[in-house]
Ligand binder design. Sequence first.
Ligand code: FES
Length: 395
Amino acid sequence: MSEFKKPSAAELDRMSEDELVELGTKLDGVEIAHREPRWPEEIKTRAEKRAERSVTFWFALAALLALAFIVIYIAWPWHYKGWQDDGYWYYSLYTPLLGVTLGGAILAVGIGAVQFTKKFIPAEVTVQTRHDGPSDDVDRKTIVAELNNSWKTSTLGRRKAMMGALGAGGALIGIAAIMPLGGMIKNPWKRHEMTIHGDGTLHTTGWTLASSERPDGLPAEKVYLGRDTARTFPDGHVPEGVGRLERLRIEDLAAGGLESVFPLPASALGDFHAHMESIHGARNSVMLIRLRPEDTARVIKRRGQEEFNYGDFFAFSKICTHVACPTSLYEQQTHRILCPCHQSQFNLLEYAKPVFGPAARALPQLPISVDSEGYLVANGDFIEPVGPAFWERKS
Ligand code: FES
């Protein structure tokens, strides 16, 4: 800067934009070694029109893809469908279509920006020396002039179609990027039909079907403790009457053993798809544990849950009361259940009360019994919500 005499305010006001740009670059220690506009100012050549169409195409494509993402996100059938259900193929395309449209929109706007820079921004080689300290008035005024000049030389101002496509693409991609947040806005207390998942609120699970006080007012169903056989049918054809869950008898589990079980309503025996729904129920999984008789004798039961076990059999929700990971690591020597997420430990001999780690509440216990045929069944629902804390829970 020292080699220039700073212009006075009056001189600055008299200077044209080009002169301010030149002054600004010099004041910044910037030397423009080469600068050449890509296209002549007024005459549009065919090559220029072709370049403009190409850039406009990419921005318009970005806008279209972003719009398609928004429409698919809102209107495409996204509710879970099983392999043989009507509409399965539409449902299975939901996630790929979201990925392709949003990814394509971002890619298209990127290609358009690169093409625009290469084809319309003047070719320029500049050299700048670094300097320290804040900018003064002269610098600020000249930088504004430089920015204005950049805008003009970019020729964007006179390319209306390209500007429109760029604006639409940018706006729609912005909307598409924040739209998925809308899916997180839900009313957690809106009740739906009571199904093998519960009724959609945090107070219910598939085991609620066995409750004598069901929220839908219907009578209690018989709900077996269903063991997952992990049976699959890779060709997609499930034979009639073949289920995935199986009922358990007490002799099916050895002393000291643990089995993961899911609600298996009597009305859904042999219904493979209903069983898969049960397994996918977020709050459904339960640990059935058979203690050794000498350990059962040491058990301290929680008040109000004295009759919840059936002999040596105890059933506890698998959903950790910290932040809902599955707590299925059972150490039978110490009788502790470990949650692998943050290492909470629950003492089975004391109603699965937490004894280590961040979890603050015991795992809810499912009341169980055995029916006249010898199968293990739920003897009602949990008496408290499963999983982590939420504002409205009272226990
Ligand atoms: S979720 Fe189990 S300890 Fe955090």
